[in-house]
Design a protein around this ligand. Structure first.
Ligand code: UDX
Length: 454
């Protein structure tokens, strides 16, 4: 079976590489020549753990090819997976389907008899059926199937997520599309992955509902974190306790600076807009978006306030990617934070293990540093924005020694509350009381008292 993937973004490339790993002959297509050349040389244009070695191994076996020639790649394929970008429209909320329809129109004249077109990009309900009708109209009499197969992989663990998903969703309108899709995912079915066959619309809505629900969990715990700060509670304890209820589950309950990335912000907005249009307003999703949007700026203001007289001070921003293990800064809360800090007249020094290339283009006025300690030099505060492991392993004594003032603002709660305070930091985190150096001395005193039986 020959499979062509249109689009080599996160979803397209990971799908192409992983399906070739299943043993199929895969051709990945992209219009961007530079990207295709990079891929042909065995390099990945995106930072994603594990992708490059898998890409090289399958290309070496002759199962994975890269081209800019959409028409040719489509003509030779039994299955065509459309995985192009579906960005947010200029109006700011709807999903923009222009690239997706352009890709469909480009492959349509070249579809062979019995071709299966799989829509993998995230599209609003009803879109896949429109694709079906569009191809039918352009190629009357042609036997073909269209499938909706939304992807749930996360950046940073994309290969693992593709190879070990919680479920695979296959939305179909006929038996042939189902059979072919089941054949592709057979290696996963054999390892007991649930393969859910659904209608086209069920599949489309499931993807939006899943992402929106996860985003809602994050906005929910973020508001609970605000409440914890007002009451002296500790949000980490609270989310642990809440998450122990198996009906709720412990995932996506980490409070932080707000969610970012290519999916949650885009998909929640698209779902809310679609709900309004369809006369079924998604009020919880609307609130989720509002909480997240305002949060990024509130958190940024919290940093400015913590500095006292902020103008002219220096802040080290540690991490700008929207989460760890990716070089992606799309919709990262770090961007809102950088905007507010710079507008407040603060000098910003910054570090990120992977995302500095993209971020430095957007923020040339920031001093970009190769390591966190350089970034912290003479800083009045360090702000941890992304939960990179390298920031968990910071040597706090060394960090403090290079700073002008020992203030740490940890937006990911990656440190124990009293740990930085033990090294003399004032430690501000999310959903927990501020820890002052004196607190840890107090703790040492009580430990001493306990030790002597007091
Ligand atoms: C998400 C979905 O998880 C995935 O299923 C879908 O296919 C694409 O969108 P991704 O955007 O790669 O994946 O990242 P994810 O790990 O879900 O994190 C999204 C954002 O939420 C990040 O900014 C992250 O830092 C934030 N987050 C996540 C929290 O703030 N708290 C949490 O508990 C979890």
């Amino acid at each position: 079976m020959k499979i062509t993937i249109i689009g080599t973004g996160y979803v397209g490339l990971v799908t192409g590489v992983c399906i070739s790993e299943f043993g199929f002959d895969v051709t990945c297509v992209d219009r961007n020549e530079e990207k295709i050349q990079t891929l042909q040389s065995g390099k990945s244009p995106i930072y994603e753990p594990g992708i490059e070695s898998m890409l090289q191994a399958n290309a070496a076996q002759g199962r994975l090819h890269f081209t800019t020639d959409t028409a040719k790649a489509a003509a030779g394929a039994d299955v065509i997976v459309v995985a192009v970008d579906t960005p947010t429209s200029k109006s700011g909320d709807q999903v923009e389907l222009g690239q997706m329809y352009a890709a469909v129109d480009e492959i349509t004249p070249n579809l062979r008899e019995n071709a299966v077109v799989i829509i993998k990009c995230t599209v609003v309900p009803g879109t896949t059926r429109k694709v079906l009708e569009r191809i039918r109209k352009a190629r009357p009499g042609l036997k073909f199937s269209v499938v909706s197969n939304p992807e749930f992989l996360r950046e940073g663990s994309a290969i693992e997520d593709f190879m070990n998903p919680d479920r695979v969703v296959i939305g179909v309108h006929d038996h042939y599309g189902r059979e072919v899709s089941e054949h592709i995912y057979r290696p996963l079915a054999l390892q007991s992955t649930p393969i859910r066959i659904a209608s086209l619309e069920d599949a489309e809505i499931s993807k939006y509902a899943s992402n929106a629900f996860l985003a809602m969990k994050i906005s929910f715990i973020n508001e609970i974190a605000d409440l914890c700060e007002q009451t002296g509670a500790n949000v980490i304890e609270v989310s642990d306790i809440v998450g122990l209820d198996t009906r709720i589950g412990d995932q996506f309950l980490r409070a932080g600076p707000g969610y970012g990335g290519a999916c949650f912000p885009k998909d929640t907005k698209a779902l809310a807009a679609f709900g309004r249009e369809a006369g079924a307003p998604q009020r919880l999703v609307e609130a989720t978006i509002e909480v997240n949007e305002s949060r990024k700026y509130r958190i940024a203001q919290k940093i400015v306030d913590a500095l006292g007289e902020a103008k002219g001070k220096t802040v080290a921003v540690l991490g700008v990617a929207f989460k760890a293990n990716t070089d992606d800064i799309r919709e990262s809360p770090a961007l809102a934070i950088l905007d507010v800090l710079l507008k407040s007249g603060i000098k910003v020094r910054a570090f990120d293990p992977q995302a500095m290339r993209a971020a430095s283009k957007l923020y040339p006025q920031v001093t970009w540093c190769d390591d966190p300690y350089k970034a912290a030099e003479n800083a009045n505060a360090v702000v941890i924005v992304t939960d990179w492991n390298v920031l968990r392993a910071l040597e706090l004594m060394r960090l403090k020694s290079v700073m002008a003032e020992p203030l740490m603002i940890d937006l990911r709660n990656i440190h124990r509350r009293r740990e930085p305070a033990k090294f003399g930091f004032t430690y501000i985190s999310i959903g927990r009381d501020v820890a002052e150096p004196a607190d840890s001395e107090h703790e040492a005193d009580t430990r001493h008292l306990r030790a002597i039986g007091g």
